[in-house]
Design a protein around this ligand. Sequence first.
Ligand SMILES: NC(=O)c1ccc[n+]([C@@H]2O[C@H](COP(=O)([O-])OP(=O)(O)OC[C@H]3O[C@@H](n4cnc5c(N)ncnc54)[C@H](O)[C@@H]3O)[C@@H](O)[C@H]2O)c1
Length: 418
Amino acid sequence: MAVDVVIIGLGYVGLPLAREATSAGMSVIGFDVNKALVESLNAGRSHVDDLSDDDVTDMVKHGFRATTDEREIATAGAAVICVPTPLFEEGGPDLNAVQSATQAVARNIHPGMLVVLESTTYPGTTDELVRPILEAGGLVAGEDFHLAFSPERIDPGNKEFGPGNTPKVVGGHTPACTEAAAALYGRFVETVVRTKGTREAETAKLLENTYRHVNIALVNEMAKFCHRLGIDLWDVIRAASSKPFGFQAFYPGPGVGGHCIPIDPNYLSHNVRVRLGYPFRFVELAQEINATMPAYVARRAQNILNEAGLATTGANILLLGVTYKANIADERESPAVALARDLSSLGAKISYHDPYVAEWRPDIDVVQVDDLEGAVVSADLVILVQSHREYDADQLAAKAKRFFDTRGVTTTDDAHRL
Ligand SMILES: NC(=O)c1ccc[n+]([C@@H]2O[C@H](COP(=O)([O-])OP(=O)(O)OC[C@H]3O[C@@H](n4cnc5c(N)ncnc54)[C@H](O)[C@@H]3O)[C@@H](O)[C@H]2O)c1
């Protein structure tokens, strides 16, 4: 084939994948329905944290090209689908993008093609949703074309583990499909881990994220009662982490965010409920606990002001860092939004500072500040929501009238800690 692989969906997952394959010398194109995005990528502009404009320019120089013309899918030996899998308003999985991307592949599928789904989804999606769409034209998966699922494990902002050195889980519709997918990823990923089938690969991803979700909920719940009992949970976690086996540290925070942790476990619990008729109680409890954190932080903020004889109504509260994790620009599902709303409904005036965010619109009036030090000094309360590397928390806490550290990074008595 003229093209080794077409990446479908050029977002946080698809673009770094396209870069890795391009760097390995493969001939790569990207298909996306967003025309403006396609044009800006072809002009060498990146829209994701892990790639710079220079990286994208370099990809283009090495033959990468983005397109909105789905007929180009037919020129590729393999198609990898990396489109979004959000939730509907009522909490169920929204697979519209997966469905329409698969339909685009189906209209251009050819014998011998390898099709891989990377989007995070519930067990059975590859077999029950993707396969029938691809087979509608008469070709049969496992006989005429290869079909596999391979979850994306990208950790935006992680400098140590990227797409090349994070082991890649691969599960095919048949053993030959697994091998075809393993051969594709083997060209640019150091380690490929094979599963029995597509469902095991789909569930492996959901287990990983549910594990994080549940353990974050565990420490979040502990944070609440430790505070009331006068126990420093951060010190507790530091001590427990000295155990060289059987313990992995998770940290409390103002709520979970991003495109994965608050969403993916729902794919699993929804699936268990629909298919088996009972709740996946761990996930639902974790969901409930993590969702209370922004309101908990707002209540603690109110108490800190109260202790100083100040009302929350009219108080100037400065939020530091509004993205969902440190050192990246991604604001999706950031708990800072719920926190800002809660504080605003208590009557506080909210300002924010974030070196990664050009403009933030949480549906309430917020004022962006550029002068970090000046704003820290003048605010009635500063809340460290996201511990970006640009913030020297101890130094800022020393300057602030009141400083509430929700990330446990301060070491001085100047700060209140979650
Ligand atoms: N972002 C992460 O950190 C991360 C990590 C692991 C897994 N995932 C999973 O990977 C998948 C993709 O996530 P993302 O963060 O890259 O999303 P994204 O929103 O950053 O990018 C998705 C891209 O797909 C495009 N798209 C939408 N519908 C399309 C269609 N029908 N055909 C072609 N392109 C289409 C969009 O225009 C967009 O550019 C999701 O299932 C997500 O859960 C994401």
